[in-house]
Design a protein around this ligand. Sequence first.
Ligand SMILES: [Zn+2]
Ligand SMILES: [Zn+2]
Length: 335
Amino acid sequence: MAISRGLRCCQRIFSWIPVVIISSVVLWSYYAYVFELCFFTLHNTLEKVTYVLVFHVCFVMFCWTYWKAIFTPPSTPSKKFHLSFSDKERYEMEERPDVQKQILIDIAKKLPIFTRAQSGAIRFCDRCQLIKPDRCHHCSVCETCVLKMDHHCPWVNNCVGFSNYKFFLLFLSYSMLYCVFIAATVFQYFLKFWVGELPNDRAKFHVLFLLFVALMFFVSLMFLFGYHCWLVAKNRSTLEAFSAPVFQNGPDRNGFNVGVRKNLTQVFGEDKRLWLFPVFTSQGDGHYFPLRTLCESQNPLLASEGRWGEDGGSDEDSTDGEVEHDPSVTIDVEY
Ligand SMILES: [Zn+2]
Ligand SMILES: [Zn+2]
């Protein structure tokens, strides 16, 4: 027991290594750009002031979004998705699998759940003892179920999901802007050092490395950013891009795709002035999402949040009532 606790503790410490690496590179780039380039190499005051000011805007936005992506805790399913004490007792005491399945069906009927496991079963997390909301997945690193889980990112040592997806996208954008700005402004001094127009001193080493590191990060980020732009436009998480969500009618990659504009609004919110700032503006609460196949009047996010009240709604109201009559649906536990 003590050994496994020790291992977990070591794992937690090691998981911060990528964040420490990124932070060290960024701190070095700050020193190299502001001091070695702007203060020690540049002589034109206007150029110096402009570079320092614009650099600080990029630097602050990068740090702010990186901080938010790292330290925003992943959101987990609300209490109504957990088995109640009596349901749990009933479920665990029951030895007949069919009756166990029926217990889960009854609970799921009261919840706004439209997706199923690959087998057609209701998605149940055995470890968290809850019925997974649509787009929610269990993260084995965080050891919890995460709403609209995208992926667990080692570079931010956090789960990227409903609570911080906007911050993660902004982090990618500002990282690229930071790299582009550095590369664009450093390039002419790189050439001057290269042809010997500037003295062969310590600043030369920093300026050469600034350009290489900025270009290297920019190229790798470009692919990741491009991929996530495509995912946002299609309203898919990384997990859903690999394995299409399964609905009552079967898998549908575009199940949550309600059009590019609405897809963007879901992540970034209605107020465009806040799109570029890492403040939470995503729509909904992460438990249910508009479906392509439902018109807006039936849309759980846009029109009928009230119907899924704390009491779980009535059986007559429940869209999931179809499950009971669908012979293709089986209930088992999804890990
Ligand atoms: Zn879980
Ligand atoms: Zn995680």
